[in-house]
Structure formats: structure tokens, C-alpha cells
Design a protein around this ligand. Structure first.
Ligand code: PHB
Length: 402
């Protein structure tokens, strides 16, 4: 029996029980009657421990806040959240994914943060028609490239998107050589490649690419090597706790004032306060800046701060927009989210006009078409300097749907 049939029978039984109807063969529930009954199940696979814990919490908080603000229901139905800590473990990803799909029978699967886990999940999702997966962070190019599928959507970015304009920026600022440094896994490898490609368009060249095992933070020997190589600048991707450690070590090694540091904006995002002076003044490129002057952003930041006593960041924006997408889709099908093809149709043509990052639209490969901003850390915030790339669309190489 397919999951859909099972859910429908469950709804019908529920309808009969609550209305006193006897389930007779002539009883054909309307879509609305079906949709009004059982809770919609939203599975969440995100990191709540380790170097990316801050990211997982920011996404979860803001997604739930968005849905709560809309009355805590989707398409009129209540919601059951089932959250699993990904532990940032790629080996555990298939087991965690299958648990949410087969045991919990979720209608939507929200996750992950980590590109390696995203690729593992996408391989499973691509073999199935349901549930619908929404990626609220992981940038794995493959997920909206060769692994793209009708039931996989992303509300965040591809690794190429924020990194490529960062490389262009280094050239525009007059640099000719750089060293790239990151973790050796999907996100790090893809972001460094995109940064080098962007830098190359200005005639710039990387003289050394350094990759550390994920989530290793033993930077000392690598910083000594960078000091000896004396490149014009450094292009780095780290995030969460690892980014704070890298920024602090970079400053402590005496490199901050000698060799300017650049990168996709994750390097300084959400860690401005923890990194303190080590983050101050660093310019990066990302699809968000704290002081973007739009009404949705002002309200979002005030609400987030009031609810969680912390500043909102790009990860919470992605969670918030995931909530918006879920709400939009569930409302459009009158709560009947088991009508997967209809939900997919809505999501494919969705525009998110009220995003704190500014308006964005879904590409044919199911990835946001969005502005990439140039920002600089000042007073513990990401201050907008301008638009680095307007309405940037990922090339989606290898996606058969695009
Ligand atoms: C990823 O693994 O795709 C990833 C993780 C953290 C980020 C950005 C991308 O900040």
C-alpha cells in the first residue's frame, strides 16, 4: 500500500470518527474534508550538535516562527514536526533519511545543512516520488545539478552562487594572487573552485589550495604556510564554530592586517559577535545582509530577536523562507499536501516576494534565483555595500529538468 493511500484511509477513518459518520462505500470525502483532518508531518534533518549546531538551530527557529506567525497551521491543518540531529554524519545520512521517510512517513523533509549529507539524501529522494524535500542550507551543486529531481527544492543557494562573485571581488579590489583554504568536502571543494573561477575572470590566480579534513580546526601550520607564500589575499570557506576559530587564529597569527581575507559570506555569518575584532572589516559576498532595507527584513529581525534573544542571520532567513514556501504550497492545495504533483506545481512557480533577503524566484532546477550582496562586517553586523551579482541563477549543469 502506498503512503498516500494509507494517509487517505487514515483521514477517512478520522473524518468518520469525528463527525459520527459511518464509513460506507458511498462516502467519498472532498479534498477539503480530507485535508482538514490529520496533521501534516514535517521531518527535519539538521545539525543540532558540533560545528554547525548554530546553523541548524537558526533554521529550525525561524521556520517554526514563520509558521507560528501564520497561525501554526498549513493549509488549515495542524503540523507535527519530527526533528533528527544529523550529527553532520554522511555515513548516517541514509539511515536518518529512511527513518523519516519510512518510519515517520513525513509529508515534507526539511534538511540538511551539510553538502555531503545533501547529496546522500538527494540520491534517495530521486528514486521516489514522495515526500517533498526542501533544502534550507546545503549548497551541494549536484542537488540542483545532476541529482535534481521534481521532489527536491532548495530555499538557500548553490555553492557556486555566493562564491563566484567573491572571487570576482578579489580581482576588482586589485589582487592578482590568492591562497584558497577550506574543508575537504563538497561545500569547501565547490566553493573554492567557484571562487577561483570568478578570480580568473579578472586575471587572478590561486598559488595554493589548502583543504583540511572536515571539521578539523588545526589551522596553525597552514597559517604559517600562507605567511610564507605571501599571496595578495586569501579566499576561505568555513562556517559556524569552525569559522570563528579560523578568524581568531588568522588575526592571532598577525595575518589580518597583512593579507586581506575574503570568501563566501558564511565565513563571517552568524559569528560576528563571537569572532569580535577578528571579523571586523572583512568583506564577503552572500544572498543576505543584516541591514537590507526592506520591510520584511525589518520585521523579521525584530521578531526573531524578540523570540530568541539572538540576531537573525542568513541561516534563519533560509529557515523563514522554507516556512513561507511550505505555507504557500499547502494553502494553494487547500491542505491536501498528499496531492504531490499539485504541491510541486505550486513550488515550481513560487515567488517569495516577502523574503528578508529581497524577492527571489525558483529556477527550473528548483534553486533560488537571487541577488548576491557585497557586505562588510562593522559593529558586529553585516553592512550592505552593494549588489555583487543581480538575480544570479546557478548554471545547474547536468540537471535534466532545467
Ligand atoms: C554545506 O555543507 O553545503 C554548507 C555548510 C555550511 C555553510 C554553507 C554550506 O555555511
Amino acid at each position: 500500500m502506498s503512503k498516500n493511500n494509507k494517509s487517505r484511509r487514515h483521514f477517512i477513518a478520522g473524518a468518520a470518527a469525528t463527525t459520527g459518520l459511518v464509513a460506507a462505500s458511498s462516502f467519498i470525502p472532498s479534498r477539503f474534508a480530507i485535508g482538514a483532518m490529520a496533521p501534516i508531518k514535517v521531518g527535519i534533518l539538521l545539525p543540532y550538535s558540533g560545528t554547525y549546531a548554530m546553523l541548524g538551530n537558526s533554521i529550525t527557529n525561524a521556520m517554526k516562527m514563520r509558521i507560528e506567525q501564520a497561525g501554526g497551521r498549513m493549509g488549515g491543518r495542524p503540523i507535527d514536526y519530527v526533528a533528527v540531529d544529523s550529527e553532520m554524519s554522511v555515513p548516517k545520512a541514509p539511515q536518518n533519511t529512511n527513518k523519516l521517510i519510512q518510519k515517520e512517513k513525513v509529508d515534507f523533509l526539511v534538511g540538511p545543512v551539510h553538502s555531503g549529507i545533501a547529496a546522500a539524501m538527494a540520491k534517495i529522494m530521486g528514486q521516489r516520488k514522495t515526500p517533498i524535500m526542501i533544502v534550507p542550507n546545503a549548497g551541494s551543486n549536484a542537488v540542483t545539478g545532476p541529482l535534481c529531481a521534481p521532489n527536491i527544492f532548495r530555499t538557500s543557494f548553490s555553492n557556486w552562487q555566493p562564491a563566484y562573485p567573491g572571487g570576482v571581488l578579489m580581482g576588482k579590489e586589485g589582487h592578482k594572487t590568492c591562497v584558497t583554504i577550506s574543508w575537504k568536502y563538497g561545500a569547501g571543494i565547490q566553493m573554492m573552485a567557484a571562487g577561483r573561477d570568478g578570480f580568473a575572470t579578472t586575471g587572478g590566480k590561486s598559488v595554493k589550495d589548502i583543504l583540511l579534513p572536515f571539521p578539523n580546526v588545526e589551522f596553525q601550520a597552514h597559517l604559517s604556510e600562507i605567511a610564507a607564500l605571501k599571496p595578495d589575499c586569501v579566499f576561505a570557506f568555513f562556517s559556524g564554530g569552525g569559522a570563528t576559530k579560523f578568524l581568531k587564529d588568522y588575526e592571532a597569527a598577525g595575518l589580518k592586517d597583512k593579507i586581506p581575507l575574503y570568501g563566501p559570506g558564511f565565513l563571517t555569518e552568524g559569528v560576528e559577535k563571537a569572532a569580535g575584532s577578528a571579523a571586523d572589516g572583512i568583506k564577503t559576498t552572500l544572498h543576505y545582509a543584516s541591514n537590507l532595507d526592506n520591510q520584511a527584513n525589518h520585521k523579521f529581525r525584530a521578531d526573531y530577536e524578540a523570540a530568541f534573544g539572538a540576531s537573525a542571520n542568513v541561516f534563519s532567513v533560509q529557515g523563514y523562507d522554507t516556512g513561507s514556501l511550505l505555507l504557500q504550497a499547502a494553502a494553494a492545495v487547500g491542505g491536501d499536501v498528499e496531492a504531490t504533483a499539485d504541491v510541486i506545481n505550486v513550488m515550481e512557480t513560487s515567488k517569495v516576494p516577502d523574503s528578508p533577503r529581497g524577492p527571489w524566484a525558483m529556477s527550473k532546477a528548483h534553486n533560488p534565483i537571487q541577488n548576491i550582496y557585497l557586505r562588510q562586517v562593522a559593529d558586529g553586523q553585516q553592512k550592505l555595500l552593494g549588489i555583487a551579482a543581480e538575480a544570479l541563477e546557478d548554471p545547474a549543469a547536468g540537471c535534466k529538468m532545467a
